[in-house]
Design a protein around this ligand. Structure first.
Ligand code: TRP
Length: 432
């Protein structure tokens, strides 16, 4: 069986080395695995939750798309598309919104953190919080469920979102009584290193300690030389443990190269030499990517065409037919197909009915009437509702004039009319 692996790339900011080592490179390696169908998309609808500068949103989308292509993503082997080119995603978002528990969304980490911040500042709980932030997990669930992804490679901070996608998918399946959605699993790769930043903490935009992935060689060198090291002089042995420089090297080197670098540390390599080696190691891997990246960014129309082509094929292959099925599941249907149901409903409304009741004489009776209330059969009085019910059962099964002969009831219309009414009732019962 083919495993469908899907991941979204937030289109904000400029990619840095940490993104490359932690996300881009492993994802591209994984996309080459056999028996997987990979989906990579630019989550530009999600980006609007934070970024509301149109020119930057556009620029960022271009840069991130170019980054993935430059890093080796093959758009003819994987699905590579832009979220906003698939209108079925927001459409599915609404269908899921209508089964998603609000209480579950209340517990989403990002939303809760924003509420907690407000409360800590003595503000209204929801001050400055958009419904977009609140709905983030539903949109993300739609991204995943629309393509029935089996696995979603994400960072640990996203595990909760995958669990919510499972929850919404399951609720939909339950409410509409079908196996519409595959329930996705988060895929956490513990082997992927988190890259340290310039100050030794995790490389992250929020710490301002990043090295841009496509910095010029001169800037790359300058940044690497600014990495914090201890004050040991050349000739003094250095610790690899806890050395940001060493970890950076390791992320771009083979096992043997890393061992050799560790030996150089033990032998007291000077920090300047060590930094030069790290720069050269990284530059060797990044230089060809940088060149491709610059060529791509210079031809934005080509990237646009690649993205549109991906979305168009993907919609035809999965999204459009699946959404048609989902619309049908929830009852957003072609009205002309309602006729059969309506006819049945009218037929049902026109059916004769049995009624059991107690009369003022204290005895129990039943009667069979047609749809207009005209009485076809009137019973005699019985001592208990149970006795009346038993005779109803007998009459219901009568399908010959002989079987209609009984002292328990009296026909009010010709025999064949009663037989026809009983037959209609039995037929309707087998149809339900
Ligand atoms: N929320 C993800 C992140 O911040 C991005 C994302 C959007 C995503 N939709 C997705 C990831 C669907 C995986 C699947 O990294």
């Amino acid at each position: 069986m083919t495993t469908r692996v899907l991941t979204g790339i937030t289109t904000s900011g400029t990619p840095h080395l940490g993104n490359y080592v932690g996300a881009v490179r492993p994802a591209i390696d994984a996309s080459r695995a056999a028996d997987t169908e990979s989906f990579y998309f630019l989550a530009d609808l999600h980006s609007l939750i934070k970024a509301q500068d149109p020119a930057r949103t556009q620029r960022s989308t271009l840069e991130i798309a170019a980054t993935w292509l430059a890093a080796g993503l093959e758009p003819d082997k994987v699905w590579f598309y832009r979220q906003s080119d698939i209108p079925e995603i927001p459409e599915l978002t609404w269908l899921l919104t209508c089964v998603a528990g609000k209480g579950i969304l209340n517990r989403a980490h990002a939303y809760k953190a924003a509420v907690d911040r407000n409360l800590a500042e003595g503000q209204d709980a929801d001050a400055g919080i958009t419904a977009g932030l609140f709905m983030y997990p539903v949109l993300m669930a739609a991204d995943i469920l629309l393509f029935n992804a089996h696995q979603v490679p994400v960072g640990r901070d996203q595990i909760q979102h995958i669990e919510m996608a499972r929850d919404f998918g399951q609720r939909f399946n339950h409410v509409y009584g079908g196996e519409y959605f595959t329930l996705p699993e988060a895929l956490i790769d513990d082997h992927v290193a988190t890259l340290p930043g310039l100050d030794g903490r995790k490389m992250s935009k929020s710490y301002g300690n990043t090295i841009p992935l496509f910095a010029s060689p001169a800037e790359l060198k300058k940044l690497i030389f600014s990495i914090l090291t201890d004050s040991r002089a050349p000739g003094q042995a250095k610790d690899t443990e806890g050395s940001a420089l060493f970890q950076l090297y390791q992320a771009f080197a083979t096992a043997e190269q890393t061992q050799a670098f560790a030996r150089a540390y033990a032998e007291g390599i000077g920090w300047g030499d060590a930094k030069q080696q790290v720069f050269e190691r990284i530059e060797r891997e990044i230089a060809p990517l940088r060149e491709r990246y610059q060529a791509l960014v210079a031809r934005p129309a080509e990237i646009e065409a690649i993205l549109r082509d991906g979305a168009q094929r993907l919609r035809a292959r999965y999204a459009t037919p699946f959404l048609r099925q989902l619309r049908d599941a929830v009852g957003l249907r072609d009205l002309s197909s309602v006729t059969t149901v309506a006819v049945q409903a009218t037929a049902k409304a026109a059916l004769p009915v049995f009624k059991q009741y107690r009369h003022t004489d204290g005895r129990f009776y039943f009667k069979l009437s047609d749809a207009h209330g005209k009485v076809l059969v009137q019973s005699q009085g019985f001592d208990s509702p149970r006795d009346a019910g038993q005779q109803v059962a007998v009459l219901k099964n009568a399908d010959s004039p002989e079987q209609l002969q009984s002292s328990a009831w009296a026909l009010q219309v010709p025999t064949d009319q009663v037989l026809a009414a009983l037959a209609a009732l039995r037929q309707a019962a087998t149809q339900v």
